[in-house]
Design a binder for this molecule. Structure first.
Ligand SMILES: *Cc1c(COP(=O)(O)O)cnc(C)c1O
Length: 236
């Protein structure tokens, strides 16, 4: 098979697994959005997948994403920022993305709110939740989330949609499920405080089936679609 055929067939396989997992969970397959995580993959690769029908793409590095977005501006794509937010990149994020999954600080929320261009719709955001002590990944502890959520509600250029997590990698499906169910319970609990959150961004290549069983509405899939990434990226 050509590289492009391999790409498309892997992508279709993820969709089949998604359909199977939603059906098993008694959910509508259309209730889960597949976000193709294209960090460290080329604009040509993204274009091939976009032409096959993929619309949502996730990127972790702002400059890398901007380079590719410029090459793909003829396509109606939806861009999701899923990397760690740095204060000096909030303007570029506010101007070039439709979604941000990794909000964990009021200061960043305020900057994104101020910097979101008025000709664009509100920036769709999720709060990143930390489920276990792990260095360098960001996120708030579950008990800290409500306070930030209420602050974000006050910011008109941001639309708070829900929660996101990058849990520690576990291989046991029951352990994966237990982690994701904590997110599901947290979302439900926040909604009892007058929030109306509808999004759980959780599940990656190795645990998305468990995430779907626990109510994921966006799964973020890189390797299972694009194959392995090289460990280096080009941003500074
Ligand atoms: C890279 C990345 C993914 C995709 O991970 P895979 O294991 O390759 O599917 C998902 N979410 C975030 C936040 C990432 O940084």
């Amino acid at each position: 098979m050509s590289e492009e055929n391999t790409l498309i067939s892997r992508w279709l396989q993820v969709y089949q697994q998604l359909a199977k997992a939603t059906t098993t969970a008694g959910r509508d397959p259309a209730s889960v959005k597949l976000l193709a995580v294209s960090k460290q993959h080329s604009a040509e690769t993204i274009r091939a997948l976009a032409l096959a029908g993929q619309r949502d793409f996730g990127e972790s590095y702002v400059q890398e994403a901007q380079r590719k977005q410029a090459l793909l501006s003829d396509l109606p794509l939806c861009w999701h920022f899923i990397g760690q937010i740095q204060s000096n990149k909030t303007r570029a994020i506010a101007e070039h993305f439709d979604w941000v999954h990794t909000l964990d600080r009021h200061k960043h929320a305020e900057r994104l709110n101020e910097q979101r261009p008025t000709h664009l719709p509100a920036l769709q955001v999720c709060i990143q939740v930390m489920l276990a002590e792990e260095s360098g990944k960001g996120g708030l502890w579950p008990e800290e989330v409500l306070a930030l959520a209420q602050q974000i509600q006050q910011l008109p250029r941001l639309k708070l949609r829900g929660l996101m997590c990058i849990p520690p990698p576990l291989t046991d499906p029951n352990a994966q499920l237990a982690q994701f169910q904590r997110m599901q319970a947290l979302l439900k609990q926040l909604n009892t405080h007058g929030l109306s959150l509808d999004t759980l961004s959780m599940g990656m290549s190795d645990d998305y089936v468990a995430a779907i069983a626990a109510g994921a509405t966006i799964i973020r899939i890189g390797t299972a679609i694009f194959g392995q990434r090289n460990s280096q990226h080009e941003d500074q």
